[in-house]
Design a protein around this ligand. Structure first.
Ligand code: SF4
Length: 493
């Protein structure tokens, strides 16, 4: 593995222990997969790669679904009501997959006024929202006090509001912008994060994960923090008791082994968080077998969500797909460079980074299913219907996902890249119910707030679905970047 990203695990006595691997078994060995489903064994990275590359689609779905049912039970699948607030689009980074960022001098750059931001929070509170997801570009003109004042005023104005904000790349730029004291990066992150937490920050979203392997990350995440910095930021957040999420964006220049390497790092750093900060308590909210699901109330990753790259309006989207040029031959360059330890380099293939391999519905479902099986220590796997559409998102509930993501009232980042599916709460409930489950509203820590079984459930109150769908379920392809958004529901990280 990439030595720079190997967590230095110092195990303490808790009930959590990483599961054993059986690397000599074939990935499709029914006994192995049965043990993985029951939480008795861990897939090795090579077995994860083998599943991703060659397992029959229905086999993957069957085992991922069985694993999900083992952890979450057969009945309930969840969503959360929140609002995605992108407070600024000014950004120092130049990620090649991003259509959202602007320079401060661009005519359509913006930073929200605080009153504007408060009005957005008021609106989500009015529909029963419990949290906000606040992420932005990385804007060097905003001082630390801007964030501290914003957080404390949000907490004062909206008691009980959960503030899920500032992904690791933002945190690392805060360290660069604010130059905090500290002997190393971890201490500097802690200095900033403690102050943000004291002002009202509750948890960190997993944005900016992309693909951790350096060869890929250096090509697509120009100016964005390294994987080591990303993972260290989350580790510091976990040390402060925060629940965080992890993400992965795939279906571009990466190889299949890069996706498994990415999951492996999340899993290993989760081991470290659970070992170092676990209290040994098992919350009541665990729905299925609690032996592995949420073994601790200490800080750790609580969810993982992955989605395919959305190409519209992005520099990366202009790169040719592999197989479309006459001289494309042999293996996809990303697969030649990718290794399970992240050690591949761009020198390993001259076309690396110059060809993309887009991921469609099948690829998405396969990758998500493998993530459910690989990430044996992550409680929630989220469906990414914002990028894949409502019906693939619904199908994802049978490929290892237990959660349909966040009720959001706007989304600017993915929609800038061309894809936004808009659903309201009744439609989301309808999708969960017609997939064979009972929809339930959750909070940020996955406690159930409302089980939608009665006649007053949001979807059961709808009398005319044809009219409702026509109004609410649509794709805003090519919508302007900052177009006003209707009430929508979406996946968040
Ligand atoms: S993806 Fe995020 S960090 Fe990268 S350029 Fe866009 S706004 Fe900036």
């Amino acid at each position: 593995m990439n030595e720079a990203s190997t967590p230095n695990t110092t195990a303490r006595a808790t009930i959590y222990q990483p599961l054993p691997e059986h690397p000599r078994l074939d990935a499709l060995d029914a006994g192995l997969l049965g043990s993985v489903v029951r939480g008795e064994a861990r897939l090795s990275p090579q077995q994860g790669l083998d599943l991703l590359e060659r397992a029959p689609m229905h086999t993957l779905g069957r085992y991922a679904d069985a694993r999900c049912r083992h952890v979450h039970g057969d009945t309930i699948r969840t969503y959360v009501i929140d609002r995605n607030i992108n407070y600024t689009n000014v950004c120092t980074a130049k990620c090649t997959f991003c259509a959202f960022r602007r320079d401060a001098t661009d005519h359509d750059s913006y930073t929200l006024e605080k009153e504007e931001l408060f009005a957005k929070v008021e609106a989500v509170r009015a529909i029963g929202g419990t949290q906000i997801l606040m992420q932005g570009g990385m804007n060097p003109d905003l001082p630390l006090d801007w964030y501290l004042d914003l957080l404390s005023e949000l907490k004062t104005r909206f008691p009980g509001l959960h503030i899920h904000a500032f992904s690791p790349p933002e945190m690392i730029e805060f360290v660069n912008f604010f130059d905090p004291p500290g002997a190393n990066l971890e201490e500097k992150i802690r200095w900033v994060l403690v102050r943000l937490q004291q002002a009202g920050l509750d948890s960190l979203p997993g944005g900016g994960g992309e693909i951790f392997a350096p060869a890929v990350r250096n090509k697509i995440g120009l100016g964005k923090c390294t994987a080591e910095a990303w993972l260290t930021t989350m580790y510091v957040a976990h040390s402060l008791g925060m629940y965080t999420s992890a993400t992965m964006m795939f279906g571009h220049i990466e190889g299949y082994a890069d996706r498994i390497h990415h999951m492996r790092l999340v899993r290993e750093w989760q081991d470290k968080a659970l070992l170092d900060f676990g209290t040994g308590e098992i919350p009541d909210s665990v729905a299925g077998d609690p032996t592995i699901a949420k073994p601790t109330t200490g800080g750790h990753y609580v969810s993982f969500i992955s989605w395919p790259f959305q190409p519209d309006n992005t520099p990366l989207g202009r790169v040719k797909e592999w197989g479309t040029l006459a001289d494309d031959e042999g293996e996809f360059p990303g697969d030649v460079v990718a290794t399970l330890d992240g050690s591949g380099t761009k020198a390993d293939h001259k076309e690396f980074g110059r060809r993309i391999r887009m991921a469609g519905a099948t690829e998405y479902l396969r990758t998500q299913a493998v993530s459910r099986l690989m990430l044996d220590n992550i409680y929630s796997i989220g469906s990414s219907w914002v990028t894949m559409g409502p019906h693939i998102g619904q199908l994802a509930l049978h490929y290892g996902a237990n959660d349909m993501g966040s009720v959001m009232m706007e989304e600017n980042v993915v929609s800038a890249a061309g894809t936004t599916y808009c659903l309201d709460e009744p439609v989301l409930n309808h999708l969960i119910r017609t997939a064979g489950f009972t929809p339930a509203q959750r909070n940020n820590t996955y406690d159930i707030l409302r089980l939608n079984t009665g006649e007053n459930s949001p979807d059961l109150l709808v009398e005319d679905w044809s009219e409702h769908r026509a109004k609410k379920l649509h794709q805003q392809a090519n919508a302007p970047v900052n177009a006003p958004a209707d009430l929508t529901v979406g996946a968040s990280d």
